[in-house]
Design a binder for this molecule. Structure first.
Ligand code: OTU
Length: 651
């Protein structure tokens, strides 16, 4: 055995008697103590190795190790019997989230339903749409004024009083569980708000809490770091540090100046955040969205993104979740280069991850009418390790960044920088003939970088079409939306809607009237839910004469329900098929013997796919398109209508 293994064994031998003393008689009688200890012992070599690698140079390493163990034990003890029972089920079915039944939606509680109690009444709406997983945007207590849409948290244990209480949250989670809806919440662990208890103590001069963050008395060290740092929110502030008058110190603030980056070089921070994580998990969370994972470890001389230690940290959190909240799944939010995105994905790190490259390239294909770059990327980037899954989305609460690989592009003769300029022009509507109505986000005058804000519908042309009163353009924009959905719902992974999309909600230009939102264009695509769409929809009698809104809703609802009846769409396996047409994307999904062939036309013209290519898709000669319910024979070439989408099954 290596040295580390020996150290691990010795440490465990020292710690186990102390752990035994921690449990009450009830804990022992109920088996709670035994279950925890069994998992701890099984995971110990891995946990020890991770924490040792990160923190062994600290003289007080063993103290922190012990504290971490007790934090996990307390977390498990506080877990409700219902959640422990669910943990049991999930340990027998660890890839439960890969089911074709999984369909997610994300929403802001205040903008969607006002508060948590009213959100409980929306469960029938989720069921009707077909959702089985709901991500609530950050709902914990926040600083006054601008709070970055909830991402500046001042207390991880209390809910923003405007939304409800912790008990309301627990009750909602219970009702979600009873209704078969998974709950996803954020773990905003890269930073706290500047008015979090720890930050307040730091501001009062408490050195122990100043060590929770990165505080520097002068510019010497910040200047050294900044030589290699990127700027994430350059329109908020240049550079990555903020001067704090009271402390007379520079504080590391990657995002807004009121979001203080936590110092994970300090094991006390890891332990403290573990406690917060388990508290959040124990409210009844199924999926924990790990926010801004790329930034959690800093190393001088690097860009301080995607450091190897960031992975070790997440693996350590994963390991401890496995011990203290075993049913919990981690979702990675790494909106970075595709080579880096996948490094966060693994059964032992984040089981699921946003798929920003697919998202960006779907929009890219829509703008260029070419699927070449999309196919190139999919051909070697879609496959994931066993037991993991993509989360496929079109829009979320954030901007769109053009995160494709420049080398993938170069191989097709595309210059990455120029192409991003084109995409920004296209999606801000400046490119001649563009259908999109996006707005710039975080333009960086030094690098020329820019990202895009805007709702799905406004980016896909609905806003412009409505303004032009052009039924043909309206029809095209609705088809574009359905086309994109047809792919995220079928390509492999968990589809995630950003609620409001199901009604084709347009940009909300009024955000500028609120001073706390005016400086951040992402609010343009965070509109308040318009429940009148649902009311009108319910009054529609004749399908053919329904409103645009009703049509969008019905189409998405139908695609979701089709997906949930297709076992071939479970899991992650996907094979591109050569369709011999750059405007068309074609792929086959198969899972345990069932197969579905998907074809998507990214242009407003008809496109042909040679019969032979469809036959070699492995399905035979006669198909049914599940969407139109039409039968198709492949003795002649297949014609796809403008923005046509086919889900083909053999008959
Ligand atoms: C995340 O996003 C959240 O999704 C944002 O809403 C927050 O503002 C931010 O963190 C801070 O909490 O910069 O534009 O690669 O791009 O983590 C969005 C990563 C963001 C970053 C991403 C970040």
């Amino acid at each position: 055995p290596d040295q580390l293994q020996t150290e691990a064994e010795i440490s465990l031998k020292r710690l186990l008697p102390r752990l035994e003393a921690f449990w009450s008689e009830d804990d022992v009688a109920s088996g709670l103590a035994r279950d925890f200890t069994q998992r701890l012992v099984a995971q110990w070599p891995r946990l020890f190795r991770l924490l040792f690698t990160l923190y062994h140079t600290r003289y007080d390493f063993f103290y922190h190790l012990e504290e971490i163990m007790f934090t996990a034990a307390r977390g498990w003890k506080q877990r409700s019997p219902e959640l422990r029972e669910q943990d049991d089920h999930r340990s027998n079915d660890p890839t439960w989230f890969q089911s074709e039944h999984m369909v997610g939606g994300a929403l802001y509680v205040d903008l969607f339903s006002e508060n948590l109690n009213k959100l409980r009444e929306c469960i029938p709406y989720f069921k009707d749409l077909g959702l089985t997983y709901v991500h609530l945007m950050p709902l914990f207590a926040v600083r006054p004024g601008d709070n970055d849409g909830g991402y500046a948290i001042s207390n991880y244990r209390s809910v923003d009083p405007r939304l409800g209480t912790i008990d309301d949250l627990r009750q909602l989670a219970d009702e979600f569980r009873a209704a078969g809806v998974c709950l996803c919440l954020d773990f905003v662990f890269n930073h706290t708000s500047d008015d979090h208890y720890w930050a307040q103590h730091a501001q009062a001069g408490d050195i122990e809490y100043q060590q929770y963050y990165y505080c520097f008395p002068d510019r010497t060290v910040p200047d050294q770091y900044e030589r290699t740092l990127r700027e994430i929110f350059p329109t908020v502030r240049r550079g990555n540090f903020t001067w704090h008058d009271g402390m007379q110190k520079w504080v590391w603030t990657t995002f807004n100046s009121f979001q203080w980056d936590l110092n994970y070089g300090n094991p006390a921070v890891f332990r403290a955040m573990l406690e917060e994580m388990l508290f959040i998990a124990n409210t009844g969370v199924d999926i924990l969205r790990l926010d801004a994972v790329a930034f959690i470890w800093k190393q001088m001389g690097t860009n301080c993104e995607n450091r190897p230690e960031a992975h070790l940290l997440i693996q350590a959190f994963n390991c401890l979740a496995g011990i203290a909240a075993p049913g919990l799944v981690f979702k990675s939010e790494a909106i970075v280069h595709p080579d880096e995105v996948v490094k966060y994905i693994g059964a032992d790190e984040c089981q699921i991850s946003y798929n920003p490259t697919l998202m960006a390239l779907l929009w890219e294909s829509l703008a260029t009418r070419s699927t070449r770059l999309l196919k190139k990327s999919l051909s070697h980037r879609h496959r994931l390790p066993h037991g993991t899954s993509w989360v496929n989305y079109l829009r979320c609460h954030d901007d769109i960044g053009w995160t494709f690989d420049d080398e993938d592009a170069a191989q097709l003769g595309i210059n990455g920088y120029d192409h991003r300029q084109f995409l920004n022009n296209f999606y801000t509507g400046q490119f001649p003939g563009s259908f999109a109505r996006g707005v710039p986000f975080q333009h960086n005058p030094t690098t020329g970088d820019m990202r895009i804000s805007g709702t799905l519908a406004s980016l896909a042309g609905l806003e412009q079409a409505i303004e032009f009163h052009d039924p043909k353009l309206i029809e095209m924009s609705v088809r574009r939306m359905c086309l994109l959905y047809g792919i995220t719902l079928s390509i492999g992974g968990i589809p995630l809607l950003y609620l409001g999309e199901e009604w084709g909600m347009l940009n909300d230009y009024d955000f500028v009237k609120d001073p706390a939102k005016a400086g951040d264009t992402r609010w343009i695509h965070r509109p308040k839910m318009k429940w009148e769409y649902l009311q009108n929809f319910k009054q529609e009698v004749d399908d053919q004469n329904g409103t645009i809104r009703g049509k969008i809703f019905r189409s998405i609802q139908k695609l979701i329900s089709l997906r949930k009846n297709l076992p071939s769409l479970a899991g992650q396996q996907m094979e591109l098929i050569p369709v011999d047409n750059p405007h068309v994307l074609g792929f086959v999904r198969h899972f345990e013997g069932s197969r579905t062939l998907i074809l998507a036309n990214f242009t407003e013209e008809e496109q042909r796919v040679p019969a032979n290519n469809v036959r070699t898709g492995g399905l035979g000669r006669f198909f049914q398109d599940l969407i139109s319910e039409q039968e198709i024979a492949t003795h002649e070439d297949l014609t796809l209508p403008p923005y046509g989408l086919l889900w083909l099954e053999r008959i």
